[in-house]
Design a protein around this ligand. Structure first.
Ligand code: ZN
Ligand code: ZN
Length: 333
């Protein structure tokens, strides 16, 4: 027991290593750019001020989005998706798998759940004892069910999902901006050092490495960012890109695809002024997502969504959820 607890602690500490590496590289890049390049190499004061100002804007946005990606807790399913004490007892005392399936089916009828496991059973997490909302998955690293889970990212040591997907995308975008800004401004000094026009061995070392490291990160981030842009345009999570969500009518990889602009709004919200800031503006509450087709309407489950909505108190009702329903109705017509 003590050994497994010790191992878990080691694992937790070890999981911060990639974040520490990224932080160390970023701190070094800050020192190399601000001190070695701007303060010790540049001679024109106006150029110095412009370079430093633009650098600090990129740097601040990069740090802000990285911070939000790391420290925004993943959202978990609300209490409504957890089995009540009596349901749990009933479920645990039942030994026949078919009867257990039926118990979960009966509970799911009161919830806005439209996706199923490959076996067509209601998706249930044995670890968390929770009926998984659509697009929710259990993360074995975080040991919890995460709403609209995308993937577990070791570089931010956090689960990327409904609560922080926008922050993660902005983090990738601002990292690329940071890298390309550093690379493009450093390039001319790299050439000057290379041809021997200026001499300063220590600054030369930092400037050369700045260019290589910035370009290396930019190229690797470009592929990841490009892939996520494609996923956003299709309203698909990384997990859904590998395994299509299964609806009552069967698997459909485009099940949540509402068209490029609406897909973008699902993640970034409707107000364009917030799109580039790491402020949470994603639509909905992470438990229910508008769907492409309404063939589910033949299911008796659809009518139960209103019961679920009605069951909520006024404080809990999310206006964005109502907006989501409007989208569904729009799609239906
Ligand atoms: Zn779980
Ligand atoms: Zn995780």
């Amino acid at each position: 027991m003590a050994l497994s607890r010790g191992l878990r602690w080691c694992q937790r500490i070890f999981s911060w290593v990639p974040v520490v590496i990224i932080t160390a590289v970023v701190l070094w890049s800050y020192y190399a750019y601000v001190f070695e390049l701007c303060l010790f190499t540049l001679s024109n004061p106006l150029e110095k001020v412009c370079y430093l100002f633009a650098f600090h804007v990129c740097f601040a946005m990069f740090i802000w989005t990285y911070w939000k990606s790391i420290f925004t807790l993943p959202s978990q399913p609300s209490k409504k998706f957890h089995l009540s004490y009596t349901d749990k007892e009933k479920y645990e005392n039942e030994e026949r798998p078919e009867a257990q399936k039926q118990i979960l089916n009966d509970i799911a009828k009161k919830l806005p759940v439209y996706t199923r496991a490959a076996s067509k059973a209601v998706r249930f997490c044995d670890w968390c004892q929770v009926i998984k909302p659509d697009r929710c998955h259990h993360c074995s690293v975080c040991e919890m069910c995460v709403l609209k889970m995308d993937h577990h990212c070791p570089w931010v040591n956090n689960c990327i999902g409904f609560s922080n997907y926008k922050f993660f995308l902005l983090f990738l975008a601002y990292s690329m901006l940071y890298c390309i800004y550093v690379a493009s401004t450093v390039l001319q000094y790299f050439i000057k050092y290379w041809v021997g026009e200026i001499h300063n061995d220590r600054a030369k070392f930092h400037v050369l490495f700045l260019l290589f490291v910035a370009l290396m990160f930019f190229v690797s981030l470009m592929f990841l960012f490009g892939y996520h842009c494609w996923l956003v345009s299709k309203n698909r999570s990384t997990l859904e890109a590998f395994t299509s969500p299964v609806f009552l009518r069967g698997p459909d990889r485009n099940g949540f695809d509402l068209g490029a602009l609406k897909n973008l709004e699902q993640v970034f919200g409707k107000e364009k002024k917030y799109w580039f800031l790491p402020i949470f503006t994603s639509l909905g509450d992470g438990h229910f997502f508008p769907m492409r087709t309404q063939s589910e309407s033949s299911s008796p489950l659809l009518s139960t969504e209103h019961q679920w909505e009605d069951g909520r108190s006024d404080e809990e009702t999310n206006p964005l959820q109502i907006e989501d329903q409007a989208v569904r109705i729009e799609m239906e017509t």
